[in-house]
Design a protein around this ligand. Structure first.
Ligand code: FAD
Length: 487
């Protein structure tokens, strides 16, 4: 039965939706499926239940089973906790989409805007054990069978986006791609808070919202938020992706979960003497691509001609014009080849969207962290709750693989904040609680969070071991209430 071609057109469309490998295909097959079943995703309150009712297909039922289990959690109050809220989410990166899914489970109307037209990042994210439970609980295994089938736990950024996009669409989230958020429009007349979008997809029907979640990644911070700079010693990260042909020979090569210099001095010494490459650490994941991330020492990059001229300022040092890209490719190639004992046959770079070898160099010397995670703005009596999630809240140091784990925690904490907002809890109390929880985020690791992953929910006490929801008091919050009279 499992291998039979479906004869019902809606079943075939569901299969195409589930197996779609690009953002555009996911959206197209989803629209076709909705049309075929005559269900309107804009009817977000009843969309999921109608979809379930009309798509009587065993494969779909497997997915509904997982999603229903999740949606029945008492924290969502039968998808009524935020039934009156309208949320704009900026960014369809993993954290924006993960937050959007939670907001939809709370019953809110959710619109995601994403400036890119495609999901193209090959780079691979490390998954902490709880994130695997979390994704399985959303039916990810039904949407991407290869999830965590290797020896290490990881997923490419684009696959994670595809899974979350599919879940979000099924739950009635509207996702607009190739649409850039260009700022907030203040309320005027009867109109509430809206966004300046380019190109404007709804010239006449502007989406009004009372919640704005900013998940625009490390380089985007909306007005009203400030960042702290965390300066460390110079740290230069290199990522490289090679084509994975999924051959038996490739399957034999062991992944590297992370070799740090202090734990394996011989490896780094041999690497230096045999190739001239000097690294602090290296990680290798076998995923859609063979993915390597390493932290390289400046002197070896200078000696190997990757960096042309030495500067003390990291920005100048790694400026585009100061990097020899051919030399960088050779450096990454040699490091990858050496660290896998030259066992990966026909090592060939995967390409980036520009058609060039997918190798990049990043500066981790100066990391950013938002000073606060939430804000309320008020104009003409209309309040807007704002929250940051993902890299725009706390930038991760990729070789440590903290991005998604902390990013999803922030998405849950933000959903919890929106839940309180939807339930009518006074806004200063909502903000005080959010900021109290935010204090814990940067220290979060698998060792100090609860290990009963099955009971994780958006409720902070299910995840954090020691959480004091009143660590920040309402009277400390004047800064977080902008344009109104909070007290
Ligand atoms: P992102 O994944 O950065 O998503 C933000 C989204 O917002 C993007 O899709 C962006 O197009 C969109 N956006 C931004 N501004 C606007 C706007 N004005 N309007 C509409 N949309 C907007 N982590 C690792 O652990 N290992 C890696 O190798 C690695 N490589 C990376 C490579 C790149 C180029 C980038 C940008 C990030 C990388 N990361 C890596 C970080 C990792 O992708 C993030 O930690 C993770 O994806 C969670 O991030 P996020 O959802 O908060 O933000």
């Amino acid at each position: 039965m499992a291998n039979q071609e479906p004869t019902d057109p809606s079943h075939a469309l569901f299969d195409l939706f589930v197996t779609a490998e690009s953002c555009r295909d996911v959206q197209q097959h989803f629209s076709a499926l909705c049309e075929q079943l005559q269900v309107d995703p804009k009817d977000y309150r009843v969309f999921y239940s109608k979809l379930k009712e009309r798509l009587n297909y065993w494969k779909a039922k497997d997915l509904w089973k997982e999603i229903d289990k999740r949606a029945s959690h008492k924290d969502y109050q039968q998808r009524k906790a935020c039934a009156e809220n309208k949320c704009l989410v900026l960014g369809a990166g993993p954290c924006g989409l993960r937050a959007a899914v939670e907001l939809a489970l709370l019953g809110a109307q959710v619109l995601v805007v994403e400036k890119r037209a495609s999901f193209s990042r090959n780079n691979v994210l490390h998954l902490w054990p709880y994130t695997i439970y979390d994704l399985r609980g959303l039916g990810a295994k039904k949407l991407y069978g290869r999830l965590c089938t290797g020896t290490l736990d990881h997923i490419s950024i684009r696959q994670l986006q595809l899974i979350l996009l599919k879940v979000a669409l099924v739950l009635g989230v509207e996702v607009l791609t190739a649409v850039e958020f260009q700022g907030l429009e203040e309320p005027s007349g009867d109109k509430g808070w809206t966004a300046k979008l380019h190109p404007n997809p709804h010239p006449t029907l502007a989406f009004e919202f009372d919640v704005f979640i900013s998940a625009g990644g490390g380089s985007f911070l909306p007005d009203g938020f400030k960042q702290k700079e965390l300066r460390a010693t110079l740290a230069i990260g290199i990522t490289a992706n090679f084509t994975n042909r999924h051959t038996a020979a490739e399957a034999q090569v062991a992944e590297i979960s992370g070799v740090a210099r202090i734990y394996n001095q011989k490896f780094f010494h041999d690497l230096l003497t045999q190739t001239g490459i000097d690294l602090e650490n290296i990680v290798y994941y076998k995923d859609d691509t063979h993915y390597f991330v390493m932290t390289a020492k400046k002197e070896s990059l200078l000696k190997k001609g990757v960096i042309k001229q030495d500067y003390s300022d990291a920005e100048q040092l790694l400026a585009r014009e100061n990097v020899d890209h051919d030399a960088l490719w050779r450096y990454a190639y040699e490091a990858a080849n050496f660290s896998t004992n030259r066992q990966l046959p026909e090592l060939e770079f995967a390409t980036n969207p520009a058609g060039r070898p997918d190798v990049a160099m990043f500066d981790f010397t100066c990391m950013h962290r938002a000073e606060h995670a939430s804000l309320v703005r008020e104009r003409r009596g209309k309040k807007l709750l704002m929250g940051l999630v993902g890299d725009s809240l706390v930038e991760p140091f990729w070789p440590l693989g903290t991005g998604i784990a902390r990013g999803f925690f922030a998405a849950f904490d933000t959903a919890w904040m929106v839940r309180s907002w939807g339930l009518g809890i006074p806004c200063l109390q909502v903000l005080a609680e959010r900021e109290s929880i935010y204090q814990l985020l940067s220290q979060t690791d698998p060792g100090n969070t609860k290990n009963n992953y099955t009971s994780y929910s958006i409720r902070p006490s299910t995840r954090y071991r020691h959480v004091n929801l009143s660590a920040i008091q309402v009277h400390q919050l004047r800064l977080y209430f902008w344009g109104g009279s909070p007290i």
